[in-house]
Design a protein around this ligand. Structure first.
Ligand code: FAD
Length: 434
């Protein structure tokens, strides 16, 4: 098969790829110079929609409605957008071999792509219970959620099992969002996770208490401190029950597993420097290999604000890292440089009529403020993280856009905190003082 040559290749067609393409267009790219190669059958889209609007019982979100860059309020890049600019989209094309030394990529069907500059944007894949040999985990109607195909399968099952029982395995944000959306679909929902409270990597006990109470009020059963150790299925191979460590059994027509992800770096093993499970980059997302950049979920980059290398699996970073890499590539071609990436971690989630945002670092002591009573008609509360006398992180449920940007500002500025009791009393008012 003939080789295809491109000045720039983006490997992966997710969030980062879409935002990188837009930045290439802004900076100037000639027709035929840029290609995006993606395993998925569709042009880049805003992945977070899959666990939210995509599964709504009424008027669910569907492509082309949420192609990038609508998530950040930008223009929607439809497949025609790429075509009109001579940006080649190779869809349903999985790269199975990468040779960074000869700058070549080989697809499953045997096509070879030669690049001048490569941007690795392969994102993450889900961790599967079958990876650990959990008994019965290959039964039908046990779902994971990473791409549109997964979401379509789950949506079909939700429609087929009307008023049925769903068990969500995992208490992270995917589990919480899926718990909410399956409940909105009138399913009988139970959630199971091993930790003492949900979202333990970010939430404090005080934050989690609100969400767990809220979910319980919606009729969602929460079972903590245990894990799924096996699954029963019927003669058709469809899951019927989840067996829990400790002996409990939950009936299930559908199981959705959200137990975390893993960055897709296997193709590059031994060819590029890695750190903390990702591909190590500098502040311009350049890897240890010349002309090779890595962005989004796979990049372990210098988080300047905290003086350490980190990997961040959030959509905001996927967008911004992609833009930074393209700016750096274009600048270096002209012998110029751009400013170092200076990222403020930002994460959000939405479920039912709840919406929270978090900025900064969740380390140190915490101060809970506001009304976190799940019975309140309009609960609004937050938490500050204080490390070495400075406010370093801020979380807010139910904030207005102005309040959310104010907590972002405060997390970036890291003001000194003299009196923690006063901060708790001031709560959100602290940001206006500041
Ligand atoms: P992805 O968007 O995952 O894109 C990677 C692309 O590479 C995919 O198209 C994949 O098919 C392709 N690919 C991988 N390997 C190959 C190969 N060998 N050959 C060809 N193509 C390949 N973050 C938030 O901050 N807030 C949220 O509310 C939120 N919700 C989410 C909900 C869901 C259901 C999921 C799955 C993620 C969510 N995230 C959220 C995380 C966020 O979507 C990711 O951090 C973001 O998509 C990362 O962008 P990326 O471009 O690095 O990877």
């Amino acid at each position: 098969m003939a080789e295809k040559h491109f000045k720039y290749v983006i490997l992966g067609g997710g969030v980062a790829a879409g935002y990188a393409a837009r930045e290439f267009e802004k900076q100037g790219v000639n027709p035929g110079e840029l290609a995006i190669i993606s395993k998925e059958a569709v042009a880049p889209y805003e992945r977070p929609a899959l666990s939210k609007g995509y599964l709504f019982p009424e008027s669910p979100a569907r492509l082309p409605g949420f192609h990038v860059c609508v998530g950040s309020g930008g223009e929607r890049l439809l497949p025609e957008w790429y075509k009109e600019r001579g940006i080649e989209l190779f869809l349903s094309t999985e790269i199975v071999k990468v040779d960074l030394a000869s700058k070549s990529l080989t697809s499953k069907s045997g096509s070879t792509f030669i690049y001048g500059t490569l941007i690795i944007a392969t994102g993450s894949t889900v961790i599967r219970l079958t990876d650990f040999g959990v008994q019965g985990a290959d039964a039908k109607n046990i779902f994971y959620l990473r791409d549109v195909d997964d979401a379509d399968k789950l949506y079909e099952a939700i429609k087929a099992k009307e008023n049925g029982k769903v068990v969500i395995v995992g208490g992270g944000y995917i589990g919480l969002e899926l718990g909410a959306v399956t409940k909105l679909n009138n399913l009988d929902v139970a959630m199971v996770y091993p930790e003492p409270w949900c979202m333990p990597r970010l939430f404090t006990a005080g934050i989690a208490e609100f969400y767990e109470g809220y979910y319980a009020n919606k009729g969602i059963q929460i079972i903590k401190g245990t894990v799924a150790i096996g699954f029963d299925s019927n003669a058709n191979g469809e899951v019927t029950a989840v067996k829990l460590r400790g002996g409990g059994v939950l009936d299930a027509d559908i199981v959705v597993v959200g137990v975390g992800g893993r960055p897709l770096t296997t193709l590059f093993k031994g060819q590029v420097e890695e750190e903390k499970g990702g591909i190590k980059t500098d502040a311009f997302f350049k890897t240890s290999v010349p002309d090779v950049y890595a962005v989004g979920d796979v990049a372990t980059f210098p988080l300047k604000l905290y003086g350490e290398q980190r990997r961040v699996e959030h959509v905001d970073h996927a967008r911004k890292s992609a833009e930074q890499a393209v700016k750096a590539i274009k600048a270096s071609e002209e012998g110029k440089t751009v400013e170092e990436y200076d990222y403020l971690p930002y994460f959000y989630s939405r479920a039912f009529d709840l919406s929270w945002q978090f900025y900064g670092d969740n380390v140190g002591d915490t101060v809970l403020f506001g009304d976190n009573n799940p019975e309140s008609p309009k609960a609004k509360f937050g938490t500050y993280w204080i490390k070495e006398g400075k406010l370093v992180g801020a979380f807010l449920e139910g904030g207005t856009p102005e309040e959310n940007s104010a907590i972002a500002k405060v997390a970036r500025a890291q003001p000194s905190v003299q009196n923690v009791d006063e901060l708790a009393k001031d709560g959100l008012a602290f940001i206006s003082k500041f």
